[in-house]
Design a protein around this ligand. Structure first.
Ligand code: GAL
Length: 662
């Protein structure tokens, strides 16, 4: 009863404040239908919390309002005749009942009028008393009520807007859909003169087929030359493809030349013949985030061809990887995917969507690209298709014969045979396949996919992996992408040439995990953040959209050589988070040439924030001079000493710079 009265008293007080206002009409927030507004979690119930309890903030119950969940944004169209918006806001008490809820909930309530901040609650945590909002809306056309996660993820962010109402004189305010931010291009197109791109170091094993394609931007025709190639290798000067076999281990310093009508470029390429492959993170395409199980031969060929036609290949993009669903299924007579699943000798059979695997890999190789395949150590894959359990040697042999260069080995179905999942159990199937691949006579990048279990980063290299997934599956939302990407902070010691942490594939362009695709739900700034972060993390870069359907923005995002160079740096260091304060994160990656790549990320979803970095935080001498270059814009910002003021970093956006020693 006492609780009810609190709400009524506040209501009375707020009403009193409006005595004398023009027409005094009131639109209560709880009178609107929010069913078409997407929010971070759950469903909005009129006058109830997000979990359908009485609205309660710091022990006080309120009878009117809405309970939402970060991230959420309610947009009201006003006709410039609205007067005021008033409300009380806070974290709902219901989360205190969840373990960790009280600690982890943190939200920020923001009110924007025509893009200008009218109110900001600051970070509000569970148990804090409600804060009062009372803003003047005169002349405002668009009111945005934002519930942000305060930059630390949306977990437990149950947020209440209580006693919330708009006082207006003219038309009743209308609930509208938030506007989608428009893509904008930051990177200038490459110039006509030759510029050599791609990795500066490449590893291959002695005696195995060697395939490396030299890449450069600039007008075509282009001719390549290489001085100092090890014995056994030949170069096709037109395509830039280097093939052959090198017998002996060794480090070879070669000089690559690319020439076109506009000039000549030169760069060193180190070829390392030894045991290590994937000396820089693999870059390519994978079918999963776009096509899911709807993948087929045609779709793979289309992306491979588009990798060349769009010019992506000229920036170092290499692998074309088929994910799940290319095999057959036991116990089904479906004419496309049905039995038999293996031939009389036990070799695995592709389903009818992949009529000619060797033909497909030949097609990919002829384009100057490499081919990847997927299977798992269990009896079946994640999607229930035949997998390698007790056929490991045969499958590896088959993949090598088909000509694959990359294997993603996904745990999934192995749970049915893995035993107790002790560390030993977790490692066993990977150690087995890792050993087989090492002896198979072909350089096949071994990509472990078991979602980071058993701290795989500590042993993935030892069982033969070149990369290992560190998390569950990514999806095209900020909470997923940022949760995964910014969650990699402790893993930097485990990445290095030939062994990489893999925070999962890219979610830019059109995605869909099935036959129907849509544009990635990440905003343009979130996509700049995604690519910047993955490059700083030295993560494998696997495009997850059909390349033949790629728009200008996405293509631009994936063809900035200065950004990709951060990913492909031969030193192979993973960036460290050097600052995490006030919703700004700063990550820094040491580069081979002594420069530092630095990402300044704005974790706030709605407000631009100015970031700064001082040399001390980056481990630089206070008086050191650095030339600072904006990598997305490919523009020098100037020479700086002691610190860099980053200016406004857009909501969920990034400033990616490189600090060169002077
Ligand atoms: C998941 C894996 C995804 C994708 C999928 C295919 O286990 O993490 O990346 O490969 O299986 O079924």
């Amino acid at each position: 009863m006492i609780r009810k009265i609190t709400g009524l008293c506040i209501l009375a007080a707020l009403s009193a404040a409006f005595v004398g206002s023009a027409q005094g009409r009131t639109a209560w927030l709880d009178e609107y239908d929010y069913s078409s507004v997407s929010i971070g979690w759950g469903t909005i119930h009129k006058n109830r919390s997000i979990e359908n309890n009485p609205l309660t903030i710091a022990g006080k119950v309120y009878e009117r309002g809405i309970g939402t969940h970060a991230m959420s944004e309610f947009v009201f169209r006003l006709d410039s005749q609205a007067e005021r918006f008033t409300a009380l806001v806070g974290v709902d008490d219901e989360i205190a009942a969840s373990p960790n809820g009280r600690v982890r909930a943190s939200v920020e309530f923001i009110v924007l009028g025509d893009g200008k901040e009218l109110f900001n609650s600051g970070v509000m945590k569970s148990g804090m008393s409600a804060k009062a909002i009372d803003v003047n809306l005169r002349g405002v056309k668009q009111l945005r009520l934002i519930t942000s996660d305060a930059g630390d993820g949306i977990d437990y962010d149950h947020a209440d807007w209580v006693m919330a109402r708009i006082e207006y004189a003219g038309e009743r305010p209308e609930l509208a859909q938030p506007l989608r931010a428009k893509p904008y291009i930051l990177t200038p197109k490459p110039g006509p003169e030759p510029r050599i791109t791609g990795p500066k170091v490449f590893g291959a094993r002695p005696g195995n087929p060697f395939l490396f394609t030299l890449t450069a931007t600039g007008d075509r025709p282009m001719r390549f030359a290489v001085a100092g190639l090890p014995d056994g290798l030949t170069l096709d000067p037109e395509s830039g493809q280097i093939t052959g076999t090198v017998k002996n281990q060794g480090h070879y310093k070669t000089i690559v030349t690319a020439t076109n009508a506009k000039g000549t470029a030169q760069r060193e390429l180190r070829i390392v013949i030894g045991d290590a492959i994937a000396l820089t993170p693999p870059m390519g395409w994978n079918s999963w985030n776009c096509w899911g199980c709807a993948v087929d031969d045609q779709k793979v060929r289309q992306s491979a061809k588009a990798m060349v036609d769009t010019g992506l290949i000229n920036h170092g993009w290499t692998y074309i990887n088929i994910d799940d669903c290319w095999m057959r299924k036991r116990g089904t007579d479906d004419p496309v995917i049905g039995e038999p699943v293996r031939d009389e000798n036990g070799f695995i059979l592709p389903n009818a969507k992949f009529p000619d695997m060797k033909g497909l890999t030949d097609y990919i190789h002829d384009l100057g690209l490499k081919a990847g395949i997927y299977i798992g150590p269990g009896p079946t894959t994640c999607q229930g298709y035949e997998a390698s359990w007790q056929h490991e040697q045969l499958d590896a042999q088959q993949f090598a014969e088909w000509g694959f260069d990359y294997l993603k080995y996904d745990w999934c179905g192995y749970s049915s045979v893995s035993g107790n999942q002790t560390l030993e159990d977790l490692q066993r199937p990977y150690r087995l396949m890792g050993g087989i691949l090492r002896q198979i006579g072909r350089d096949i990048v071994f990509s472990l996919c078991q979602y980071g279990w058993g701290e795989v980063w500590k042993w993935g290299k030892e069982v033969g992996g070149q990369c290992w997934r560190t998390t569950g599956d990514i999806t095209d939302s900020w909470s997923s992408m940022a949760g995964i990407g910014f969650g990699q902070a402790d893993l930097y010691p485990y990445a290095g040439p030939g062994h990489w942490n893999d925070p999962d594939m890219l979610v830019v362009g059109k995605v869909g995990w099935g036959p129907n695709l849509r544009d990635s739900r990440l905003t343009p700034d979130e996509q700049y953040t995604h690519i910047s972060l993955w490059c700083l993390l030295s993560a494998p870069l696997l495009i997850g959209c059909p390349i033949e359907q790629m728009d200008e923005f996405t293509l631009n995002l994936l063809t900035n050589d200065e950004v990709l160079e951060v990913n492909q740096d031969p030193l192979g260091k993973q960036a460290r988070r050097v600052k995490d304060a006030d919703q700004i994160q700063v990550w820094a990656k040491e580069m081979e040439d002594g420069s530092l790549a630095v990402g300044i990320f704005n974790m706030n979803a709605y407000l631009a924030k100015s970031g700064s970095i001082d040399w001390q935080t980056l481990g630089l001498q206070h008086n050191e001079q650095r030339r600072v270059r904006d990598l997305w814009r490919q523009k020098d910002l100037g020479i700086y000493t002691a610190r860099l003021e980053a200016g406004d970093v857009p909501p969920h956006g990034v400033l990616l710079v490189r600090l060169f020693p002077q």
